[in-house]
Design a protein around this ligand. Structure first.
Ligand SMILES: [Zn+2]
Length: 174
């Protein structure tokens, strides 16, 4: 019950802070724990990879969310949905300019086939999803070779952008 209240509380606070600004959500990949909150933000503009958008197993992702909620007796104030993608990233170096920031996206397959890296400039933020975590060892659900290529790509990102802060999906900010 606490968790339910907490989630509700967080979402309420969030909506107060957000005001009338446009909300963007970047999905780093389609593992169920990462899309579980998507139904709470129907007004958001969604950014994700082409593979995420074309995922043939969308219904399976929703089933995993339902199993998780049933297993922990969770009731949500919204229905879990697979995100509808507004901005589809299909190539490395895809840029999106929003006000004073530039986001650059890179495909990051290996952990899953629909992974996405994001660099946010001028702040030097690197969002790596489920790669480069200090608490989670590398899970390879998609493809080993792809995983190695993605790690090499991460190195190139660090060489080619002025990264100040690395933010993995799980674990510590570096
Ligand atoms: Zn994952």
């Amino acid at each position: 019950m606490l968790l339910v209240y907490q989630i509700y509380f967080t979402i309420t606070i969030f909506h107060n802070i957000k005001g009338d600004k446009q909300l963007y959500i970047i999905y780093t990949h389609s593992d169920f724990d990462l899309i579980i909150g998507s139904g709470a933000f129907p007004e958001a503009k969604v950014i994700a990879s082409k593979q995420f958008d074309e995922n043939p197993n969308k219904e399976e992702c929703i089933q995993k969310i339902k199993q998780f909620d049933q297993g922990y007796y969770l009731h949500r104030s919204y229905s879990p949905v697979y995100p509808t993608v507004d901005i589809v990233v299909s190539e490395d170096g895809h840029k999106l300019e929003l006000d004073s920031i530039t986001m650059t996206f890179y495909q990051a397959p290996g952990h899953t086939n629909d992974g996405l890296f994001t660099v946010i400039e001028p702040y030097g933020l690197f969002l790596s999803g489920d790669y480069l975590s200090d608490i989670e060892f590398p899970f390879i659900f998609s493809n080993y070779k792809g995983y190695v290529n993605t790690i090499n790509k991460a190195e190139n990102i660090l060489l080619n952008h002025q990264i100040t802060t690395h933010i993995p999906g799980h674990g510590s900010t570096t």
